[in-house]
Design a binder for this molecule. Structure first.
Ligand SMILES: Nc1nc2c(ncn2[C@@H]2O[C@H](COP(=O)(O)OP(=O)(O)OP(=O)(O)O)[C@@H](O)[C@H]2O)c(=O)[nH]1
Ligand SMILES: [Mg+2]
Length: 439
């Protein structure tokens, strides 16, 4: 077994081993299955008619697999995989034709599954990569008109799973539609490393001046949606047979060169990219779980201590009330010993009951206070780690799970947290280190 297969097996075992723990801490892994020897996957996103399907057809070669057209053509997701015989599976049955990694797509419901198609084709490229075509992004004329399924959720799921994400723009629509803005801001955050921006159909520009204008427009619009400080590399390409520069408005030789480079990335770099993606995903997943556990465990400890202290105060005060009243009242007020004991007993019970109420109040205010100051809690817990080593990674992972953790702390959703949470976290950390050593 080679190193890659060993890593994949270990990652899969680690996911299975800690799945229950993750559930107890309300933590969702971004991937739950690592298929041994699985094919790298590439997702094509972009405005409608930006040329996604044409580019896929060009990459796989032979008869066109995807329909192309000027009007919005694809209204669903198509996953192209290798198969000896040509086959198309649509709807819920499609999931069964895919590796286990895609099983999570079933969670997006029947309406989405009606918009899912698997195409099996006997093409060389598909032996080594899986390609995912998506519906073009549109600004619906009516605000209310939308898709019948959670489009952004599906894009987020696929973008996390896929090893490369190509985002396509074309000279016709160099601007970004509302849906594109949403996708960039809600679905592709933190995935900049595997995102490649493709400025497609460069053969259609009329002149160098025309090209400069649309290219400037693309950069301008990207700057509004991308959260990175630097502009990413924009691959300027076109699909289909090599065009003659004389027929196009601008010289195409440089772009032909870029097309070849792009093709190389798809054909040759794919498996290395898959390994990078799987490694960084597993690393992120387990680091995220470890942080979630540490913060929630700390919260649970603080909560338990404050509750115990309130009850302890009640338990100490109650006998004082009982014996104090019993001793002081009979002589002072002429009450009988029995009446004094009765009064003392009632006071003690009232003190105990009050301490229960105070405890509930303390619990609520602790939840609120800790959820409000959760960043402070994180900084205190990771004081040492933040001063050395991979503090940027820690901070980024924390930011990714912060909001959910706030909800858990505020709502005190810690009912099923294991008693020895820190012990389990240490086991998780040692499994994490073991995985890292295989990097
Ligand atoms: N000149 C030129 N035309 C292209 C290129 N790529 C695509 N087209 C044309 O652009 C139109 C739209 O192409 P599609 O591949 O259907 O675009 P799409 O992004 O899949 O569109 P949707 O599925 O509707 O989102 C078609 O008429 C294609 O022939 C290109 O590189 N150069
Ligand atoms: Mg298409």
């Amino acid at each position: 077994m080679d190193d890659t297969a060993k890593f994949e097996e270990l990652a899969q075992n680690t996911y299975t081993r800690f799945a229950k723990l993750a559930k107890a801490y309300h933590y969702a892994f971004s991937r739950t299955t690592v298929t041994k020897g699985g094919a790298p996957c590439m997702l094509f996103l972009g405005n409608h008619s930006s040329g996604k399907s044409s580019l896929i057809n060009w990459l796989v070669g032979g008869d066109p697999v995807q329909d192309v057209g000027l009007a919005p053509t694809d209204d669903g997701f198509t996953i192209l995989v290798y198969g000896e015989k040509d086959e198309e599976i649509r709807g819920p049955a499609a999931i069964a034709g895919l590796p286990a990694e895609y099983a999570g797509l079933a969670n997006f419901g029947d309406s989405f599954l009606q918009h899912l198609c698997i195409k099996k084709r006997n093409r060389g490229l598909l032996k080594s990569v899986t390609l995912v075509d998506s519906p073009g992004m549109i600004d619906a004329p009516e605000k209310k008109a939308g898709r019948s399924y959670d489009f952004e959720g599906v894009v987020r799921f696929l973008a996390k799973l896929c090893d490369m994400v190509f985002f396509m723009l074309d000279p016709d629509k160099p601007g970004t539609t509302g849906e594109t803005v949403n996708v960039f801001s809600k679905c592709l955050g933190g995935m900049e490393a595997k995102l490649l921006v493709l400025f497609n159909k460069c053969d259609t520009v009329q002149s160098l001046y025309d090209f400069a204008r649309v290219y400037g427009n693309v950069c301008w619009n990207l700057a509004r949606v991308l959260k990175t400080k630097d502009l990413p590399k924009i691959w300027t390409i076109y699909s289909g047979d090599e065009r003659d520069s004389a027929a196009a408005g601008i010289p195409l030789s440089d772009f032909n060169h870029q097309r070849d480079e792009f093709r190389n990335i798809v054909e040759r770099d794919a498996s290395a990219r898959r390994m990078d993606n799987v490694r960084s995903q597993t690393w992120q997943d387990f680091l995220g779980l470890s942080i979630r556990m540490r913060i929630v465990n700390r919260f649970a400890r603080t909560l338990a201590m404050r509750k115990a202290f309130t009850l302890f105060c009640g338990a100490v005060l109650a006998p004082f009330c009982f014996f104090g009243i019993r001793l002081v009242l009979p002589g002072a007020s002429g009450l009988g010993a029995f009446s004094a004991a009765l009064l003392g007993g009632t006071a003690a019970v009232l003190v105990l009951a009050a301490s229960f109420f105070v405890m509930r109040f303390v619990a609520q205010s602790t939840c609120l206070a800790l959820s409000r100051d959760i960043d402070l809690l994180f900084k205190k817990e990771y004081k040492v780690e933040m001063t050395v080593g991979r503090h940027d990674e820690l901070k980024q992972t924390w930011e990714g799970i912060r909001d959910e953790t706030v909800t858990i702390v505020r709502e005190a959703l810690i009912g099923k947290i294991p008693w020895f949470g820190e012990f389990f976290r240490k086991r998780l950390d040692s499994a994490r280190r073991h995985l890292e050593q295989m990097h």
